[in-house]
Write a protein of this length. Structure first.
Length: 313
């Protein structure tokens, strides 16, 4: 089995954390348990040394890993599923994901995922961690997602995501009428009671979401949202925390609220919308091999457009 070397600098905002926790932030493709094992084996060095995982870090340390290149996708089957490929070259693939497609296999969804489809359409991805998937969209969130096509591209895209050089913008239809745009800076972690949910919690991971008003509709607002960090369910959690949950969100949306005076068509559209009204509309990044600045835009899917039209009418 071949090996590869990875390196990164621990961000200053992680200062004070345990080394093993910081490593899990810096190298999200590997579990914390696996990173702890590699620390004990001397496969990870920090500024040239091999400290224990409980060491508190100061930020700015240079970390190097010498790890086995394990094809993370090798245990999953390639499946001939449709994919909307927006762009593909020797370094990356950009997918426009539909609603209902799970990105990565997990309990309850071991097949029929984006990963299974990628292995069919791009068999070489069996040799890249997670078949090249470097970030995710929730099952019922639509829009743009980038996939690394080889190990070099994977390493550089992961580094750019951590350094916040990958720009992701979304459109979200929310309940209520925010006065203006703003920024939500609130840490996110597991819900203290319901471990399947995320929540704004003390001691959670730093999370920053920027939003601005795109369109005002009866009892609702279409927001343009930009992620500065990429926590699980971040947009959905942050907007619900501001008491403007995303329409149709089955986890964080709360009960359906119909605006007074809404037409019958608008009421039917809101009650029948089967998912969170969240779409990844723009993706911009530096190409991991050429360094070229690139960007893609995805139009709203039909169901989202129809919902907006019903509210506007």
């Amino acid at each position: 089995m071949s090996t590869r070397s990875l390196s990164a600098t621990i961000p200053a905002e992680l200062a004070g954390q345990r080394l093993d926790r910081a490593l899990a932030e810096v190298f999200p493709d590997f579990s914390r348990a696996r990173l702890q094992q590699w620390l004990k084996q001397g496969r990870i060095t920090v500024d040239g040394h091999t400290p224990p995982g409980k060491t508190r870090i100061a930020g700015g340390e240079r970390v190097a890993l010498d790890v086995a290149a394990e094809p993370a996708a090798e245990t999953f089957a390639a499946e001939d599923l449709p994919l909307e490929v927006v762009h593909a070259d020797e370094g990356l693939i950009v997918i426009d994901k539909p609603a209902g497609l799970v990105v990565h296999p997990a309990a309850g969804n071991w097949s029929g995922t984006l990963l299974n489809a990628l292995l069919h359409h791009f068999p070489e991805l069996a040799g890249v961690p997670r078949a090249g998937i470097v970030h995710r969209l929730d099952k019922d969130t639509t829009g743009l997602l980038v996939v690394a096509r080889n190990l070099t591209a994977h390493q550089r895209l992961v580094a750019d995501l951590q350094a916040r050089r990958v720009h992701r913008e979304y459109l979200a239809l929310v309940q209520g009428e925010p006065v203006a745009g703003g920024t939500i800076d609130a840490p996110i972690g597991r819900h203290p009671v319901d471990r399947k949910r995320m929540a704004v919690v003390r001691g959670g991971k730093p999370a920053v979401t920027h939003y601005r008003v795109r369109e005002r509709l009866p009892g609702h607002t279409l927001l343009a949202v930009r992620l500065e960090t990429g926590r699980t369910h971040q947009i959905r959690v942050h907007l619900a925390h501001r008491r403007h949950p995303i329409v149709g969100d089955p986890v964080y949306g709360g009960r359906l609220r119909l605006p007074s005076g809404a037409s019958e068509a608008a009421r039917r559209a809101l009650a029948g919308f089967p998912r969170q009204a969240l779409h990844a509309c723009r993706l911009a990044l530096r190409h991991p091999l050429s360094g070229e600045e690139m960007a893609w835009i995805s139009p709203l899917p039909t169901d989202f457009r129809d919902l907006l039209a019903a509210l506007a009418a």
